[in-house]
Write a protein that binds this ligand. Structure first.
Ligand code: SAM
Ligand code: SF4
Ligand code: SF4
Length: 335
């Protein structure tokens, strides 16, 4: 079938060719900005997509024009059947990447190489072991750093996701950028976003302009290079002259990228979300299990996508608990 992208094109002309699939709701870390302090109500196992159901749903998206799939979670590498999932998805001949906290990377290295999963986003919010424990509530700093080097030694393309939180890690912005002097990685500073139970408020967020202020204070203007933005970019990218790596800023709060949004999300229990901030979900898994055609449901979800952040147009809207707190926690969406 020739992908014509019609069911994946919304009323604003945005084509959704990028599917992010959450494989699991569980995680081996407890990042406080992601997982609520009293945990989340996990879906019963029977309600989660099996490897084959993930494949069937992904296949429908690929037939309609999706050419990029990212696997996320929870922690995607916790799925015991991760090798089976990758093997099935690889047969779709589309780009596959993952977002992981890195802890189980060594266990799955061979399968990642075998199925050509080259692009890996690894989350690491601090370069200080004791602070890692504070933010993730687990003692796995060394393991994550070792696995980052393991990936680099095996030529994976690595982006390091850093969620910035005031009073916690904004003093490490320059240290993270300095890492790119000798490591060919891209650091992505992410503005802290509000989700159910993560106690977000504007004052905890480090904005794009505050990040750039630090960069401009520390480096000479002649050293800071702005890189070209990719199509459907999500980060404004920069590089310090003669450094091997680069850095970018994902400013979903102060400067969202909605105009070029090409992303659709599939949760581990088989529901699609047309926007990270959307409360509305469309249940594909039940339809698939009932042998119904899921194309119409996908069309319906895309058609209802709002122009900006699920209709939360302003920072006041984002601060409004009535609008933002019905959304799932990030751990159950998949980032
Ligand atoms: N467990 C994997 C990981 O941490 O990379 C994949 C899932 S995690 C939900 C995906 C990404 O979402 C991570 O990079 C994480 O830092 C980011 N994230 C989680 N909660 C966030 C929040 N409240 N604001 C901004 N980014 C967040
Ligand atoms: Fe787990 Fe990733 Fe959420 Fe941290 S950000 S709790 S590693 S899902
Ligand atoms: Fe896309 Fe929603 Fe993110 Fe905007 S806020 S870029 S519409 S997912």
């Amino acid at each position: 079938m020739t992908p014509n992208n019609t069911i994946l094109t919304d009323d604003f002309g945005r084509k959704h060719n990028y599917l992010r699939i959450s494989l699991i709701e569980k995680c081996n870390l407890r990042c406080t900005y992601c997982m609520p302090a009293d945990g989340i109500l996990l879906s019963p196992k029977k309600d989660l997509m099996t490897a084959d159901e993930i494949f069937q749903i992904a296949k429908t998206f690929v037939a309609n024009g999706v050419d990029k799939i990212r696997l996320t979670g929870g922690e995607p590498l916790l799925r015991k059947d991760f090798p089976e999932i990758i093997a099935k998805l690889a047969s779709l001949k589309t780009e596959i990447s993952i977002t992981t906290n890195g802890i189980l990377v060594d266990r799955h290295l061979a399968v990642l190489k075998q199925f050509n999963v080259q692009k890996i986003n690894l989350s690491l919010d601090t370069l200080v072991a004791s602070k890692f424990q504070t933010i993730t509530l687990r003692n796995q700093f060394e393991k994550v750093v070792d696995n980052l080097h393991l990936l680099l030694n095996n030529d994976f393309k690595i982006k390091v996701n850093v969620v910035l939180i005031k009073g916690f890690n904004e003093d490490e912005i320059i240290d993270f950028i300095k890492l790119t002097e000798f490591l060919p990685i891209s650091i992505r500073f992410i503005e802290f976003m509000p989700f159910a139970g993560n106690e977000w408020d504007r004052s905890k967020m480090v904005s794009q302009s505050e990040i750039l202020e630090q960069v401009n204070t520390h480096f000479l203007a002649s050293e800071i290079q702005k890189l070209d933005e990719e199509k459907n970019f999500t980060a404004r990218e920069f590089k310090i002259k003669n450094y091997l790596g680069s850095f970018g800023i994902i400013s979903s709060i102060t400067n969202p990228f909605c105009d070029g949004c090409n992303r659709i999300r599939l949760t581990a229990n088989g529901k699609i979300k047309n926007c990270l901030f959307s409360n509305a979900e469309t249940d594909l898994l039940t339809a698939l299990r009932n042998d119904e055609n899921i194309d119409d449901l996908i069309r319906f979800s895309i058609k209802n996508k709002k122009k900006v952040r699920a209709g939360m147009n302003t920072l006041q809207d984002l601060n409004n608990p009535v609008l933002n707190q019905d959304n799932r926690s990030m751990i159950a969406i998949g980032g």
